[in-house]
Write a protein that binds this ligand. Structure first.
Ligand code: E4P
Length: 216
């Protein structure tokens, strides 16, 4: 499973990219609003940092304006994927962008049927929101498994991005469920790398080595 960062903060991308584990980035209007940056500002100097696809989301809700916004966003680079909401209008826009050779990521997906519709509309990616489902008493991990089973059974090539990730456990469950990608907030990435036994082990190695008087 590939790992994307879900953010609108350049410094976060810079740090996580430096680990050498980053395959792409997603963002959304809420993340940009929270960071207080326009898409234009966010895109300044970002190309060199992002090794793969970058999903930028439209704000329109009708297909015609979504396509117009998608074409504008795509001008930022060949790696830009247009994020569209999983609505009837989003499906229409997805097909029109695909005709122009522009890949779409269908977002706000909460059911296997919505994912099937996205795949049939020609979406390159589909983003089931596992955290928001879990918040509402449903099982996000189960949705990933269902979408994986359907896509495999019918040979659908749309990639599954596990989104709305809240914890390291969500990432594990997405990987076990067969997601192609998980898009992960910075804070969760930081938790994934850490383990108290790693810190403890490091401390013991350091102490033993320092007390030994030996050198490498
Ligand atoms: C996905 O691409 C979205 O940006 C994101 O994962 C939404 O997560 P949230 O439910 O934490 O807002």
């Amino acid at each position: 499973m590939e790992l994307y960062l879900d953010t609108a903060v350049m410094e976060e991308i810079r740090e996580i990219a430096s680990w050498g584990i980053l395959s792409g980035v997603t963002t959304n209007p809420s993340l940009l609003a929270k960071a207080g940056v326009s898409v234009a500002d966010f895109m300044k100097g970002i190309e060199s940092l992002i090794p793969g696809p970058l999903s930028l989301e439209v704000t329109a809700e009708d297909a015609e304006t979504m396509v117009a916004q998608g074409l504008k966003l795509r001008e930022y680079g060949e790696n830009v994927v247009i994020k569209l909401p999983l609505t009837a209008e989003g499906l229409k826009a997805c097909g029109r962008l695909k005709e122009k050779g522009i890949p779409a990521n269908l977002t706000l997906v909460f059911s296997a049927n919505q994912a099937l519709l996205a795949a049939r509309a020609g979406a390159a990616y589909v983003s089931p929101f596992i955290g928001r489902l879990n918040d509402n008493g449903a099982e996000g991990a189960l949705l990933i498994q269902e979408i994986r089973a359907i896509f495999d059974r019918y040979g659908l090539k749309t990639k599954i991005i596990a989104a709305s990730v809240r914890s390291p456990r969500d990432v594990t469950e997405a990987a076990l469920g067969g997601a192609d990608i998980a898009t992960i907030p910075y804070a969760v990435m930081k938790k994934m790398v850490a383990h108290p036994l790693t810190d403890d082990g490091l401390r013991r190695f350091r102490t033993d080595w320092e007390n030994s008087g030996l050198s490498l």
